[in-house]
Design a protein. Structure first.
Length: 232
């Protein structure tokens, strides 16, 4: 059985640096069939020798009534998962229900098909963690939750980190160095290894082709040190 263990932290007032209305709609969503999902490696391109992976599109084919989830796998070997940290920044695109973040432990399960874990943030200061099965069915492990650790708005530097503690059989999710929540993933399909990547959600409210969705990502590791040195 999957369990969610919430870590409480104090809230604060955030000044949004976006052009979106102040009061977003309710963030909780039930488990859903995301349906419009695609591995779109060609949209995630390296930026010279900076180590940055850039996603950018204004293709109207991705605009529909429910949104579109586009993801890719990084060019790294599939190994047992221990921890992973990425820097990410959204430069343009809609701010509500338009998450962007990381794909973890992607593999083909004999019963549940294509499956992976997703950790995402959004411009309006929310984050979520979820599980994809059968390539399209999305189940929340952690529903959309407000975090005062997220630097809200366009072109803001953020980092997300996921760690797996094999001794306690717990995942730990961090935003900008602060632990937000721990959760279990002990019901099939479990995720302990697989491919790693990135994901961007196109909102039904994105204004294509006038304004593209533009997101940048970069891997962080302990040898690189402070992520701020690599977000320029």
């Amino acid at each position: 059985m999957k369990k969610i263990i919430f870590l409480l932290f104090s809230g604060c007032i955030i000044v949004f640096l976006t052009n979106c209305p102040v009061d977003p709609p309710s963030r909780y969503e039930p488990d859903i069939d995301i349906g419009n999902t695609e591995q779109a490696d060609y949209l995630f391109q390296p930026v010279d020798d900076t180590g940055i992976i850039e996603f950018k599109t204004n293709n109207t084919a991705y605009i529909n009534g429910v949104g579109y989830s586009l993801w890719t796998l990084a060019d790294t070997p599939s190994t047992d998962f221990q921890n992973r940290e990425i820097w990410l920044s959204k430069l343009s695109g809609h701010c509500w229900f338009s998450g962007y973040g990381a794909v973890y432990c992607q593999y083909e399960h004999e019963e549940f098909g294509l499956t992976f874990i997703i950790g995402m943030i959004a411009l309006d200061g929310y984050y979520c963690v979820g599980e994809v099965i059968h390539g399209t069915w999305f189940s929340y492990l952690v529903p959309w939750t407000k975090s005062d650790q997220i630097s809200s708005g366009y072109s803001q530097d953020n980092q997300i980190r996921l760690e797996f503690d094999s001794g306690e059989n717990l995942f730990h999710f961090y935003i900008n160095g602060m632990e937000q929540i721990t959760f279990r993933d002990d019901e099939e399909p479990v995720h302990r290894q697989g491919g790693q990547g990135y994901i961007v959600v196109i909102s039904a409210n994105d204004d294509f082709p006038e304004t593209p969705v533009h997101v940048q990502f970069k891997e962080i590791n302990e040898e690189r040190g402070n992520y701020e040195e690599y977000s320029k």
